[in-house]
Design a binder for this molecule. Structure first.
Ligand SMILES: Nc1ncnc2c1ncn2[C@@H]1O[C@H](COP(=O)(O)OP(=O)(O)O)[C@@H](O)[C@H]1O
Ligand SMILES: [Mg+2]
Length: 259
């Protein structure tokens, strides 16, 4: 049984369509993310995963269909609009500023200013950002070799953990992660997966795009499968096999179209 089966649907795609010229990337795609669960979005290359994530995070506009947040239709016309509604995205490449320390990375573009006149002059409140960052890393179980060095000198896993922590810090509803561990080794990958689990345990909906099926089975609560721009299957991770997942992705196993 899907342990998050009763959880509320936070973000929903309903019949989304999206064309790039004559290519139909999304052909009436449905998708649901629920509070406090990790849902993996899987599918072969070209299935439409990235296009769906872009539409749901404000980076692209669908041609048709609806996007519902907490059951209400929303227009996510820019990534900023999505962020304002609590929807954040972590990209595949290690998207951090290497010259800045971990705290500065968390507040990148959303820096805290000092109170009063100093703040009006644009002076940053580094002490407040540092202490909030330390507390946030502690809550997520992110342990850094040092919080005082440029993030470029940390390991890939630590950098990606900071990128995940940054998205989570500002996400109140949903975090999309497009291949967050693709650049990482085995040990580092495990640490990032631990952070993802903790994010989920804080009640946020985590959408994980991954090609790594063992990783999907290890961390996801549910799995939704896209093929040729449509959702073709949904599984609870607890009772699905690798063979079923691959079969749904390739179309080798016939599934009821749940779209
Ligand atoms: N910017 C684009 N211009 C033209 N075609 C695109 C663009 N982005 C995606 N596509 C096409 O849309 C389809 C879905 O792509 P994509 O969403 O990237 O799939 P996935 O992430 O599952 O590999 C593919 O056929 C791809 O070639
Ligand atoms: Mg993609």
């Amino acid at each position: 049984m899907d342990k998050s089966g009763d959880a509320a649907v936070v973000l929903e795609a309903a019949g989304l369509t999206k064309h790039y010229g004559s290519v139909a990337a999304l052909r009436g795609t449905n998708f649901q993310a629920k509070a406090g669960e990790v849902v993996a979005l899987i599918g072969d290359n070209g299935a439409g995963k990235s296009t769906l994530v872009k539409c749901l995070s404000g980076a692209e506009q669908p041609d048709g269909g609806a996007i519902l947040l907490d059951g209400k239709p929303v227009v996510l016309d820019t990534p900023t609009a999505a962020r304002k509604l609590g929807v954040e995205t972590v990209y595949q490449d290690l998207a951090v500023a290497p010259d800045l320390d971990p705290a500065a990375n968390l507040f990148l573009g959303r820096e805290l200013l000092r109170r009063g006149f100093a703040g009006k002059l644009g002076m940053l409140d580094r002490t407040a950002m540092k202490s909030q960052a330390v507390e946030h890393f502690r809550r997520l179980g992110v342990t850094l070799q040092s919080a005082d060095v440029p993030i470029g000198s940390l390991s890939g896993g630590q950098r990606q953990s900071v990128a995940v922590a940054r998205a989570v810090m500002w996400a109140s509803k949903v975090v999309f992660m497009d291949e967050p561990t693709a650049a990482l080794g085995v040990v580092q990958r495990e640490r990032v997966l631990d952070v993802i689990r903790r994010v989920r345990d804080h009640g946020i909906a985590v959408v994980l795009i991954s090609h790594n099926m063992p990783e999907v089975l290890a961390v996801a609560d549910r799995i939704e499968v896209l093929r040729l721009g449509k959702r073709v299957a949904r599984f609870s991770a607890a009772d699905v096999t690798l063979e079923q997942l691959v079969g749904a992705m390739t179309g080798a196993l016939s599934h009821e179209d749940v779209a």
